[in-house]
Design a protein around this ligand. Structure first.
Ligand code: GLN
Length: 487
């Protein structure tokens, strides 16, 4: 088996045993990236030299007996909205195409401290808005399991790279489902941590009350190891409330005997039959493994996409006001005055879906409409959170599909209303600030991956990981690689 096909944990063990060096692993990975990039377009940038240099430094540390832990020497790739000092952070947008990050994001510092070489930046939807990764200014990303289909979005490059065995792990970001939906489309594990678990300093903001950074990897344990590295306090993000030193590997093998699990009625009903079938099978597997499963209902949940659409648009319109051609981003040359500079820079630099969103957001915040739109959406958010909170007093985890269908074709271009519907299973966790995980859980009749969504109590990622691990052991879907040519 080629090194790139190992899981992160298997590679970690080989590095510890010194049967493989980080330089060797990085070289294999670089070769794999080059091999599959023409088919997947998962990467926006690859830093060969930097990654090899960091790999060499890792090998030297290990040689001296100074390893920084289980992630030391394992290359990782980052969604291109995460700052790496001195490198471009484009957000796959025209307006930030030449923007060079002035500092490392907090998570970038954390992975450097863990010793992980940064191998490159990953494709995504334009400014993280979308569910297909097709709106990237660098071109669409292709799903490794079906090249004519979308890998999902907005962290589609991250999911595609991990699925194509062109990265052991990646960091994505999730505002309304952007880690979990691509993970489900590409047969990888994606975890959106609780709001406040991971610092967002140095991650380009989309909607600041919803955004979280999280790991994407091939297995549950791999995601847990990455969460250990990510879940650290940071004064640079005032909303980061995590405590230092959590170990998500501990207890992960504990099993689920006695666990109380909810099966989300509406979420199941929204999915097409092939998807629903897998989710019902997961519920049965939970019972087989000793848990109790009951149906839970969130009667207001069909309004989730509406609350999400308004809140995310409002926050985005405020966050992205800084992309004005003066402070940040593409500037139109030759404007006669400031007004024209703003108009033309934003008019030319922002994509269509982004403009739609920003116009909606500015409207919902404007005088005379604020009470009717933004305030109502905020109230709805509270009601939704209460509804889910109530269920989560009775059960520890809520199961559902991640999305109604498996990966859709690349040329599917949803209307804004259809786009909102695409995220209806995933937005609730963002609105309520809860942790949620997408677990590979089967394939459609045509071989497309299907994801199981696990949503848990705030700051109880450990429970999600324990359940996901038990189900993964029972049905190890991650082992089915896409049929891209091997190295
Ligand atoms: N598709 C959703 C949106 O466009 C979610 C995107 C995300 O989570 N970044 O808002």
């Amino acid at each position: 088996m080629s090194l790139n096909e190992l899981t992160l944990l298997e590679l970690s063990e080989k590095l510890s045993a010194k049967t493989v060096s980080s330089v060797e692993a990085t070289q294999v990975l670089l070769k794999r990236i080059a091999q599959v990039q023409p088919q997947t377009n998962a990467f926006i940038a690859v830093d060969e030299e930097g990654a090899l240099e960091e790999a060499k430094a890792s090998d030297e540390r290990r040689g001296r007996g100074g390893s920084r832990g289980p992630l030391d020497g394992i290359p990782i790739a980052l969604k291109d909205n995460i700052f790496v000092e001195g490198q471009k952070t484009t957000c796959a947008s025209l307006i930030l195409k030449d923007f060079v990050a002035p500092m490392d994001a907090a998570v970038t510092t954390q992975l450097r401290q863990a010793g992980m070489p940064i191998v490159g930046k990953l494709n995504m939807d334009d400014l993280a808005m979308g569910s297909s990764s097709a709106s990237s200014v660098f071109g669409a990303t292709h799903n490794p399991y079906a090249l004519g289909r979308s890998p999902g979005g907005s962290s589609g490059g991250a999911a595609a790279a991990v699925a194509a065995r062109a990265s052991w792990a990646a960091l994505g970001s999730d505002t309304g489902g952007s880690i979990r939906q691509p993970a489900s489309f590409c047969n990888v594990v994606g975890l959106k941590p609780s709001f406040g678990r991971v610092s967002r300093r140095g991650v380009v903001g989309y909607a600041s009350s919803l955004d979280q950074v999280g790991p994407m990897a091939r297995t549950v344990k791999d995601a847990a190891l990455l969460l250990n590295m990510l879940a650290q306090p940071d004064e640079g993000d005032v909303l980061c409330r995590t405590a230092a030193g959590g170990d998500y590997m501990q207890g992960i093998e504990g099993g689920i005997r006695g666990m109380r699990i909810g099966l989300w009625k509406e979420g199941l009903a929204w999915a097409e039959e092939g998807v629903a079938e897998q989710i019902r099978e997961a519920a049965k597997a939970c019972e087989k493994l000793g848990a109790t499963v009951v149906e839970v209902s969130f009667p207001l949940s069909h309004l989730g996409p509406l609350a999400y659409a308004i809140i995310s648009a409002a926050e985005a319109s405020s966050n992205l006001a800084r992309l004005d051609g003066v402070r940040y981003g593409y500037a139109h040359r030759g404007s006669k005055n400031l007004r024209e500079l703003y108009f033309k820079s934003r008019g030319e630099g922002l994509g269509k879906a982004v403009k739609n969103k920003l116009v909606l957001g500015t409207f919902t915040l404007s005088h005379g409409y604020y009470e009717d739109f933004f305030v109502k959406a905020a109230k709805l958010r509270t009601l939704l959170s209460e509804e889910i909170g109530k269920a989560l007093k009775e059960v520890e985890v809520v199961l559902s599909p991640v999305a109604s269908t498996p990966a859709f074709p690349l040329d599917f271009s949803p209307t804004p209303a259809q786009s909102a519907e695409l995220d209806k299973h995933t937005v609730l966790a963002n609105l309520a600030g809860l942790p949620a995980l997408s677990l590979p859980y089967g394939f459609s009749a045509t071989g497309l991956p299907i994801g199981l969504h696990l949503m848990g109590r705030a700051f109880e990622e450990a429970t999600l990981l324990r359940l996901a691990y038990a189900l993964e052991q029972d049905k190890p879907c991650f082992q089915k690689a896409p049929t891209l040519p091997a190295v």
